[in-house]
Design a protein around this ligand. Structure first.
Ligand code: ACO
Length: 374
């Protein structure tokens, strides 16, 4: 059946099948393998969600304990990778650090007979926080941190501990864990589709994830959370924010953290992350940032009919977790690596080269002039 509407940017085009998630198929909902995002964010840890995505079922308690131990055992970095991370400039974009770390690990522990796709998926999910925070501390204080952090068994707990050097509160671990769950998977978004295109050529796992990181980095996709934070920081009162946003809209500027290609009536992840951001703001005694964010939300809805996407209140939540703004998008990488990995496995299970065609809009065929005739 021909597909209707404006399909530029592949909008509305069905580009394949997936059993991993539904995005806005039933009303406004999002499910991972049939489970509602609300249930997962409230009742499942990030590790349970990763297991669900990679192995197709929710783990039993024993399976989960075993899986968490496996991930814990995969946190250490090879010495050669630490050297690479030390050589990268302190001014590097941390997303580029993960992109480079992923690619470098692929040369040290390549995919092959003794290392299958599941093993690499687990290795990357377990070692991305280690790569990021090893690089971060080495270039800030010269410290070569121990990344295993045995006493901090989940990704959220390990991340906050390695970042701060002290044990995080249970509220902070729970909030970051839920944020990781919300970011894990989202059907054929730009970065996931990039991963699928790459493995459809029978390329290797690391190349696909490296490409996915590159696609996620842009401000129209994963980079929007950092853009949202920089925007929020420009204002000191809700009134100032209202005037500032009005000016931006008049100049037709995009407001980061608003709008979505699929969810035109609201992103189901946004109220969940907003509620966490609200709790974290209250805990921090905030009377400024959260009200500013809410005023911007109200304004964009009334003026433009635009709703916040996951990125907007993620920025607020991460801010109150004490995470520096330039580490927001790397956190997205750490979480979404699970969805990318699951899509790579799914693409490979029923592969056909992804190779669309284009409508040609260039010049009609014409005579070729020799060099000295031009
Ligand atoms: N700020 C201001 N206006 C917007 C915004 C925004 N954030 N988003 C959409 N619009 C407007 C557009 O200007 C356009 O208006 P027009 O019809 O008057 O020209 C209309 O809404 C439709 O927008 P498009 O850009 O055509 O929608 P598209 O589906 O191509 O883009 C996108 C979706 C890229 C997410 C867009 O909403 C955007 O740029 N948002 C800001 C970046 C962002 O937050 N990205 C994160 C996405 S979610 C994620 O990765 C977790």
């Amino acid at each position: 059946m021909p597909q209707q509407g404006n399909t530029s940017g592949l909008a509305g085009i069905t580009a394949g099948e997936t059993a991993l998630s539904t995005v806005g198929k039933e009303g406004l909902d999002l499910t991972y393998r049939g489970y509602s995002i609300r249930d997962l964010a409230e009742g499942a840890s990030f590790e349970e969600v990763v297991y669900l995505l990679l192995y197709g079922i929710l783990p039993s308690r024993t399976e989960l304990d075993r899986y968490k131990n496996l991930l814990l055992s995969l946190r250490d970095l090879p010495a050669a990778l630490k050297t690479v991370l030390e050589q990268l400039p302190p001014t590097a974009n941390p997303v580029d650090v993960l992109r480079t770390g992923c690619s470098a690990l692929g040369t040290m522990e390549p995919e092959g007979e003794d290392r299958d796709a599941h093993a690499i998926a687990n290795r990357l999910i377990a070692s991305f926080p280690s790569m990021l925070l090893y690089w971060f501390h080495f270039h800030r204080s010269g410290k070569r941190i121990e990344t295993r952090a045995e006493a901090h068994p989940t990704v959220a707990d390990q991340f906050l501990f390695l970042l701060r050097g002290e044990a995080p509160s249970s509220l902070h671990v729970r909030a970051l864990d839920a944020a990781l769950v919300l970011h894990a998977e989202h059907e054929f978004n730009a970065s996931t589709f990039t991963c699928r295109v790459i493995v459809s050529t029978l390329s290797d796992f690391y190349s696909a994830i490296t490409g996915g990181i590159g696609a996620l980095r842009g401000p129209l996709h994963g980079g929007a959370d950092e853009g949202a934070m920089r925007l929020l920081e420009r204002f000191s009162t809700p009134e100032e924010a209202e005037a500032g946003i009005r000016g931006m809209l008049e100049k037709k500027e995009k407001i980061m953290g608003f709008g979505h290609r699929v969810y035109k009536k609201g992103d189901p992840r946004a109220p969940i992350i907003k509620s966490l951001a609200k709790q974290l703001a209250a805990e921090a005694g905030d009377r400024t940032l959260f009200p500013i964010a809410e005023r911007i939300e109200e304004m964009l809805l009334s003026e433009k009919g635009l709703y916040p996407n996951l990125d907007f209140y993620s920025a607020v939540a991460y801010h109150f977790l004490g995470i520096p703004t330039f580490l927001f998008t790397p956190l997205f990488v750490i979480s979404r690596a699970s969805g990318w990995a699951a899509h790579i496995l799914e693409q490979r299970a029923n592969n056909r080269l992804i190779r669309p065609i284009a409508t040609y809009i260039g010049p009609a065929p014409r005579p070729f002039p020799k060099l000295d005739e031009r």
